[in-house]
Design a protein around this ligand. Structure first.
Ligand SMILES: *Cc1c(COP(=O)(O)O)cnc(C)c1O
Length: 390
């Protein structure tokens, strides 16, 4: 046995249907396979490599921390963890951060905070977490329960109890009806449903949810794992909608390529978790946080303006394009509904040197926030051509 593909197929658990290329290296928005063929990366590792592959500033930040201390237990203080928490609070107006290693874990933390807050304030029978149908919140048994898509649940039941789903639409009647017979601890939303097909929620719906939560002292959790950290043209996507969540959860793009998640807590819930209530061996790891600082520091007004301009360019490029039915999304999180099956277009684009993602029946684009305009233009041309032909 010699090729990496064969070894992987034999020894790595078969949970991923990989495309037939091995990525060896990259720089910025360009990556190279085992034969040296170049690709434009329009997925950035599912929105992870915010400033591209092997970005100089990110590499420098990680390397310099690597030479100091790569890990300490959370029994001691380390600088990157504290500095990143401060930075995140300054950028959001929130008060405290719990660090973990993934999006699912960030959501687990938010759910624990909401449950404890509600139990202490409204009684132990107040535990129901309401999320949206077609949502995605992670793969652990609790975040699967929050995920409002049945097909992820099949054959893994029973999941963690105490979760209900409502439709995302225009009004919140369904939530009000639920509240008549269940005590609701929290409502959890993605402002743009990523895995669900890159579908932004309506602003009026988000605002109604927020005001209902405020009025009834229900914790509002925004899952910014995919939408956050500049992806949607603001530091966090909820900032496009003028709301104030109680908890922000994030991961993916915050680490720039190392495992890092965060539950960012507002004043109301900042002290809900006390000593021993929660923890993570790796959470707040110095290297992951050093990478995180270098990412978050660079998400400034200038970069966000660039993100919004590139977004507009992509929307305009696909609007009325041949073979394209519609374009959805926000910022550099974009879904293209194509006439031909999305997966066929993605496969053809790989042959032509462009790596894209899918989300349900759409082609999904999550390029690096700093993708150069000429590289972006080239990728869009290839995708457009492919939509037309396939
Ligand atoms: C990817 C994702 C998650 C899960 O993140 P992991 O790091 O894979 O655990 C949770 N919520 C949303 C919205 C996501 O896109």
């Amino acid at each position: 046995m010699n090729s990496i593909k064969e070894i992987d197929k034999e020894y790595v658990a078969g949970t991923y249907n990989r495309f037939p290329i091995e990525i060896v290296k990259g720089k910025g928005s360009l990556v190279y396979d085992e034969e040296g063929k170049e690709y434009i990366d329009m997925g950035s590792g599912i929105g992870v490599t915010s400033f591209g592959i092997a970005d100089d500033k990110w590499v420098e930040a990680v390397k310099s921390q690597l030479g100091m201390v790569q890990h300490m237990s959370n029994l001691y203080y380390t600088s990157p963890c504290a500095s990143l928490a401060k930075l995140l609070c300054e950028k959001t107006g929130m008060k405290k951060v719990f660090f973990s290693n993934s999006g699912a874990e960030a959501n687990e933390c938010a759910i624990k905070v909401a449950r404890k807050y509600a139990a202490e304030k409204k009684g132990e029978d107040c535990y129901t977490i309401v999320s949206l149908r077609n949502s995605f919140h992670g793969r652990t048994l609790t975040t699967l329960a929050a995920t409002g898509q049945e097909h992820y649940h099949e054959l893994f039941n029973p999941l963690t109890p105490g979760f209900c789903h409502i439709d995302a639409g225009d009004d919140i009647f369904e939530l009000e009806a639920l509240a008549a017979h269940k005590k609701i601890a929290a409502v959890m939303i993605e402002c743009v449903q990523g895995e669900g097909g890159v579908i932004p929620l309506k602003e009026s719906f988000i605002k109604k949810l927020e005001s209902y939560c405020k009025k009834n002292d229900i914790i509002l959790i925004v899952d910014e794992v995919q939408t956050g950290n500049g992806r949607c043209g603001k530091m966090y996507a909820y900032m496009n909608f003028g709301i104030e969540p109680d908890i922000i959860t994030t991961a993916k793009g915050i680490g720039g390529g190392l495992p890092l998640g965060a539950a960012i807590l507002s004043e109301k819930v900042q002290n809900v978790l006390g000593f021993g209530d929660h923890g993570s061996t790796y959470g707040g790891n110095p290297i992951a946080c050093a990478g995180g600082i270098s990412v978050v520091e660079r998400i400034n007004d200038e970069l966000l303006c660039e993100v919004r301009e590139k977004s507009e360019f992509i929307f305009n490029s696909f609007k009325d394009a041949e073979g394209v039915e519609s374009v959805s999304g926000l910022g550099l999180m974009i879904g293209i509904k194509t006439k031909k099956p999305a997966i066929d277009i993605v496969k053809k684009c790989i042959e032509r040197g462009v790596l894209c993602l899918t989300a349900k029946d759409k082609v999904r684009l999550l390029p690096a926030l700093n993708i150069p305009m000429d590289v972006l233009k080239k990728a869009i041309e290839t995708i457009k051509e492919t939509c037309k032909e396939v």
